[in-house]
Write a protein that binds this ligand. Structure first.
Ligand code: GLA
Length: 351
């Protein structure tokens, strides 16, 4: 859990902004809710000095000092690179300097690397991807620092089959998310076939959150957050934490939803049933309870039901509404709810 600069700031991220985001992560209560990583995406890089050591551009005058600042808040700092000559935004990549860059990140105090294929496509074939990611995975392991390794190659070459082997802790499963209903739902509801590949230490990554960026309604952002929680997805906020509305904060910080996302069993949820406009999803939890999402993808209100038999349950079960943190009672056979257009009713169901 954490934050990443790309979705909101693109190339306009700098040292002062990252510090202010770290401040806001603490003061807003998001740190207390579990958000930890403050991740700088593309556009921090300059060229290299004669020795080959990577340089930061003038937006980031002192990366070590920035890491110290972020660590001083009890948070962690992430960075970004590409295995190619150039990153997606055309900045310096790690090609030919993998070991050196991993050591530099470690010396700065970096805790997380997002490694984005992009420019690597010009020099490597897709069949070489695994070896290319292995190279940086080995370099990070040899760096002397515990650095989360985030693979970003848009879900190509069945990355979920080899991601853990190269040291990957998460891997993108899709192209970039956009701050709109179509993009979010195409990605989120498309993750069902990958459920078996996620587990503790190695996760499917359906991309960063758009919650609070303005392109969707709060109803839609609750659907976004609920889906990502059922998917055991990394929760990387992508909005400006310095100026969140109370609604945005309430969506990002909902304790019950976060508990589902971070459930220690680490099983990714799956689709139980779908029709033209509604979907039912289920995720088993460590306590023996189940998270169940009743989704309405349609434009008019819908009654969505779940039968206990289709989620592998029998007898009477207690139903808790997660977003409102309220008990709904005890039900035999199943449960049904009215779900608003583009909305969700997220449940915790337990014996
Ligand atoms: C790619 C990635 C994005 C972001 C940009 C930065 O598009 O998928 O998440 O990192 O590059 O240039």
């Amino acid at each position: 859990m954490g934050w990443n600069s790309w979705n909101h700031f693109r190339g306009r991220v700098d040292d002062a902004t990252v510090r202010a985001i770290a401040d806001a992560m603490v003061s807003s209560g998001l740190k207390a809710a579990g958000y930890t990583y403050v991740n700088i995406d593309d556009t921090w890089e300059a060229g290299r000095e004669a020795s080959g050591r990577i340089l930061t551009n003038r937006k980031f005058p002192d990366m070590k000092a920035l890491a110290d600042y972020v660590h001083g808040k009890g948070l962690k700092l992430g960075i970004y690179s590409s295995p190619g000559h150039l990153t997606c935004a055309g900045y310096e990549g790690s090609y030919g300097h993998e070991d050196q860059d991993a050591k530099t990140y470690a010396a700065w105090g970096i805790d997380y690397l997002k490694y984005d294929w992009c420019g690597a496509g010009r020099i490597y074939r897709d069949e070489e991807m695994q070896a290319v990611y292995q190279k940086m995975g080995d370099a990070l392991r040899a760096s002397g620092r515990d650095i989360v390794f985030s693979l970003c190659q848009y879900g190509r070459s069945t990355v979920w089959a080899w991601g853990p082997q190269v040291g990957g802790n998460l891997w993108r499963t899709t192209g970039d998310i956009g701050d709109n209903w179509d993009s979010m739902t195409r990605i989120g509801f498309g993750q069902d076939p990958l459920a078996a590949h996620a587990g503790p230490g190695h996760w499917n990554d359906p991309d960063m959150l758009e919650v609070g960026n303005g392109g969707m309604t709060n109803v839609e952002y609750r659907t976004h957050m609920s889906l990502w929680a059922l998917l055991a997805a990394p929760l990387l906020a992508g909005n400006d934490l310095r100026s969140m509305s109370p609604d945005t904060l309430a969506i990002l910080a909902n304790r019950g939803v976060i508990a589902i996302d971070q459930d220690p069993l680490g099983r990714q949820g799956h689709r139980v049933r779908a029709d033209e406009s509604t979907e039912v999803w289920q995720r088993p939890l460590a306590s023996g309870a189940h998270a169940v999402g009743l989704f309405n993808r349609g434009a008019s209100p819908a009654r969505v039901d779940v039968r206990w038999s289709e989620v592998g349950l029998t007898g009477k079960h207690v139903v808790h509404d997660v977003w409102s943190d309220s008990g709904r009672g005890s039900f035999e056979g199943g449960y049904a709810a009215d779900v608003e257009p583009h909305g969700v009713v997220l449940l915790r169901v337990e014996r």
